[in-house]
Design a protein around this ligand. Sequence first.
Ligand code: C5J
Length: 221
Amino acid sequence: MARIPAQPFDFAIDPAQVALVVIDMQRDFVEPGGFGASLGNDVAPLQAIIPTVRRLLDGFRAAGLPVYHTRECHRADLSDCPPSKRLRGDPALRIGDDGPMGRILIAGAPGAEIVPELAPLPGEVVIDKPGKGAFYATGLSEVLATRKIRQLVVAGVTTEVCVQTTMREANDRGFDCILATDATESYFPAFKAAAIDMITAQGGIVGWAAPTDAILGGLDG
Ligand code: C5J
């Protein structure tokens, strides 16, 4: 088992039990002209992590290790999008409304697709999730159990929303999680920093954090 230098202390990565989970690198969150940008967010920092997320993906693929992708999206009839979710945010542009890249966060809409640079390869599992966490109302637990995965490297957007929620869900289910700090991003730099602090505080109450190079070095080791 290789040791990855990480916060709050080294992470012992076990290639037999580890998987990469890439959260919601979807056009509507990341690309100019998408949902996130339409709400007035600067998407440039999210776009900037695409090459780093790609390096993580390529490292896991080259090592023959499992990779999972998630997409935040809903059924066309919105039966899986409760008012507690749909009615939050800007009333001018809500989940299910017609947006610049099709209906906002509806399965099958162009904006709900993963950015082409990070497109899943044939055979890679894509988890469509109606919640912020990747475990809520999805088959992710079962998929990971089938492969006997116990450790997750986590990347994607946004750090303090879907990434952090997924790490908390995973930790409660017994997974050791490490966040790739330069392969995750937020529209709000202070929220990203705070999320990393919250994850790693108190002896790693939610998990670990390390840059991509350190994680890939652990795969090599
Ligand atoms: C948000 C996400 N921020 N993927 N979604 O609404 O973090």
